[in-house]
Design a protein around this ligand. Structure first.
Ligand code: ADP
Ligand code: MG
Length: 394
């Protein structure tokens, strides 16, 4: 990793390279038959001022990627660079990265002030500057009034704010957050999301890598979302692009939840297609071919991504309406989630309708898809549909 050749290449690239570069990073834990590939051929670039969310299910390698960058785990292959400097072999303290983890990791016997000062001392900040730097960092998270408290005298949300202040005190150019809200309850998580958005605004030059398994956090915070699965990055784009044109079934269901209806392509005109879903013919968006996306041809198998909120319930008598039966109906407050058995469609279809629906199990309803009904993605073998993103693997 630190061979003379690599070092000089990195130095030459300094001016042009973004704040964070993962260059074909692989991490394998253990050896031999008991080894686990936690990260494989992982490439990612994050610009100064940019926030990228690493989004994926538990065990997909998100924390491992973050640890490889922070220096807590040594890559088995590849290199990590910060602003063009190869730091693969540098100790964590020398990387100047701010790290926030789910469990706060505050020192229980130290007061808030000292918890935040600790990192500054480790970074050899002059003693006479430490007080002001601690106050500055605590101010950023609204915690200066709590400087004299012990961690156990704070709520979970307050402890996490202190942990964030501690990471910010060293004025890092790179901030890593690993599921920082996962230990907080739902209401507090919402509030903290707003505060993290404000923090991003206050740190316009800082590159952030935000690890989460929660798509709503990724949507709220990230400029781009990197979707991870089984140690690999499988999709990366802005949230809106991933939502509109996911390149895989996995991304479609993990980000936003979707019906994935098996279909066959009948006819393609430009980026529009007619597809057969069971006994019905529907119009679909057929994005142009790109990496991971085929050129759609007649008779090709595909999956039609239908977002639950686009499926409408209409009177049974309405002309050309599909006929369905309510399988389950769950009121969620602002909306009701229906599972529908639709005549001529082999897969169950999930629909979200606004408000409280009076429909009950067994009711016969008319159903209408939007036009186009959704977007095509390549079919994934061995993958089941999951509108809530919970069971994307069969
Ligand atoms: P995530 O953060 O996405 O949940 P991780 O990066 O923590 O995933 O883990 C990825 C894979 O590596 C998992 O299969 C996990 O069990 C394994 N793993 C993580 N840390 C270690 C370790 N220290 N030793 C052995 N295996 C590990
Ligand atoms: Mg993790």
């Amino acid at each position: 990793m630190s061979s003379p050749a690599t070092t000089s290449t990195a130095a030459a690239a300094t001016a042009a390279e973004p704040a964070i570069v993962f260059d074909r990073v692989g991490v394998t834990y253990g050896r031999g038959r008991k080894s686990t590939v936690a990260l494989a051929d992982f490439n990612l670039r994050v610009a100064a001022g940019e926030t990228v969310a690493l989004l994926g299910p538990s065990g997909s390698g998100k924390s491992t990627a973050l640890k490889a960058l922070a220096g807590f785990v040594r890559p088995t292959s590849g290199a990590v660079r910060l602003a063009g400097r190869d730091v693969t072999d540098l100790s964590p303290a020398k990387r100047g990265i701010g790290v926030v983890v789910q469990s706060y990791a505050l020192f229980p016997h130290m007061r808030v002030h000292n918890n935040v000062a600790f990192g500054l001392e480790a970074h050899r900040v002059p003693r006479n500057e430490i007080g002001a730097r601690v106050t500055e960092a605590l101010d950023m998270v609204g915690m200066s009034a709590y400087a004299k408290r012990l961690p156990r005298e704070l709520s979970g949300g307050q402890q996490q704010r202190v942990a964030i202040a501690r990471a910010l005190a060293i004025r890092p150019k790179v901030l890593l957050l690993d599921e920082p809200l996962a230990a907080l309850d739902a209401q507090l998580r919402q509030n903290m999301l707003g505060e993290l958005q404000q923090l991003r605004k206050a740190l316009p030059d800082t590159a952030m890598l935000y690890v989460t398994h929660d798509q709503s956090e990724a949507l709220a915070l990230a400029d781009r979302i990197a979707v991870m699965r089984d140690a690999r990055l499988v999709d990366i784009d802005t949230a809106q692009n991933l939502w509109r044109q996911p390149s895989t079934e996995f991304t479609a269901s993990f980000l936003g939840g979707a019906n994935l209806l098996p279909c066959t392509v009948n006819h393609v005109t430009g980026t529009a297609a007619l597809v057969s879903v069971g006994e019905h013919t529907l119009r679909a968006d057929a994005p142009p071919p790109s990496v991971g996306r085929p050129d759609w041809v007649p008779n090709a198998d595909a999956a039609l991504v239908v977002r639950p909120h686009t499926v409408r319930i209409v009177p049974l008598a309405e002309r050309d309406a599909l006929r369905g039966t309510v399988v389950t109906s769950v009121w969620k407050g602002a909306s009701t989630r229906l599972h529908l058995d639709i005549d001529g469609i082999p897969a169950e279809v999930t629909a979200d309708v606004a408000g409280h629906s009076p429909l009950a199990i067994g009711d016969k309803v008319g159903v209408r898809f939007a036009d186009p009904a959704g977007v095509l993605v390549p079919p994934a073998i061995g993958t089941a549909s999951a509108a809530d993103g919970s069971e994307v693997r069969a």
